[in-house]
Write a protein that binds this ligand. Structure first.
Ligand SMILES: Nc1ncnc2c1ncn2[C@@H]1O[C@H](COP(=O)(O)OP(=O)(O)OP(=O)(O)O)[C@@H](O)[C@H]1O
Ligand SMILES: [Mg+2]
Length: 263
């Protein structure tokens, strides 16, 4: 049995005072049959950190996120998310995190407002709180004027905005964003990142995957994942020095070099 299973401390109140790690991953592994999608990875994420996850298609990024969100059970290893072990406390974890999945998962036959209300219900917010947050989320996500549009009829970028709004509705401690800006236009991408910075400044930990190098460049630290393994981890500037011996290299150079070395 993992030592994490023995973790019995009082949850968030003490955790927030005592722990500076939001996420502590130890030897996390996921196998689908004989295929190892996530292969014995370990890393930590600081509170309030913007942590990037970069890697080619199929590297195991979304599978890792789904385990950290308590949606998928690890095959072996474990992780503490907000002090809670994912192997046994997945339901509690879901209360303190926000998750924006790579696929659109909201109700296409509900309007923008109805989707937000639905999420409010899941998080047991009362009527007054829901109305207050509704106004704030619509404003933050830039969805003014689209309140009564069906989610299924929104364009890709607007769907992403609504998904982000629903993911932050309950003020989560940790926010998992899986390719949040795919199909989002450049101006809206900038707005997304302004919001990510704001949330981070307010103490929210943001774990974000992206295939856009300019976005990953803006993270505090990033991990590069390849074939289920983490092959590089550090600040963007440090990784440039480590893999390309110059801070003027691009993260694309780092990405290619890290994968070449691994091959
Ligand atoms: N439920 C599943 N059953 C079988 N294989 C799976 C399952 N989920 C994911 N995989 C496989 O695990 C590997 C990792 O997938 P994952 O979605 O984590 O990759 P990713 O890094 O998020 O890729 P992308 O950049 O394309 O989103 C892939 O080979 C995928 O086919
Ligand atoms: Mg993915």
């Amino acid at each position: 049995m993992s030592s994490y299973h023995l973790w019995t401390g009082p949850i968030l109140a003490n955790y927030n005072r005592m722990n500076r790690w939001s996420i502590d991953v130890k030897n996390l592994t996921k196998a689908f049959g004989s295929f190892i999608a996530v292969d014995n990875i370990s890393f930590k994420v600081h509170k309030g950190e913007i942590f990037g996850f970069l890697g080619p298609n199929g590297a195991g990024k979304s599978t890792t996120i789904r385990m950290l969100c308590g949606i998928l059970k690890p095959t072996s290893g474990d992780a503490l998310v907000a002090g809670l072990p994912v192997s046994v406390r997945s339901e509690d974890i879901k209360k303190v995190i926000g998750y924006m999945s790579q696929k659109f998962t909201l109700y296409t036959d509900l309007t923008v407002e109805e989707n937000i209300r639905f999420y409010s219900g899941i998080h047991r917010l009362d009527h007054t709180e829901t109305e207050k947050r509704m106004e704030r989320i619509i404003r933050i996500a830039g969805l003014e004027g689209k309140e009564h549009s069906l989610a299924g009829e929104l364009s890709g970028g607007w769907k992403q905005r609504l998904s982000l709004g629903c993911a932050i509705l309950h003020d989560p401690d940790i926010l998992f964003l899986d390719e949040p800006t795919a199909s989002v236009d450049p101006a809206a991408r900038r707005d997304f990142w302004d919001l990510i910075y704001l949330l981070s400044e307010q103490g929210t930990t943001v774990f974000v995957t992206s295939h856009y190098m300019d976005e990953v460049e803006r993270t505090h630290r990033l991990a590069i994942m390849y074939s289920g393994k983490i092959i590089a981890l550090g600040r963007p500037g440090k990784l440039k020095e480590e893999f390309c011996s110059t801070s003027s290299a691009s993260l694309e150079d780092v990405f290619i070099e890290a994968i070449e070395r691994e091959k």
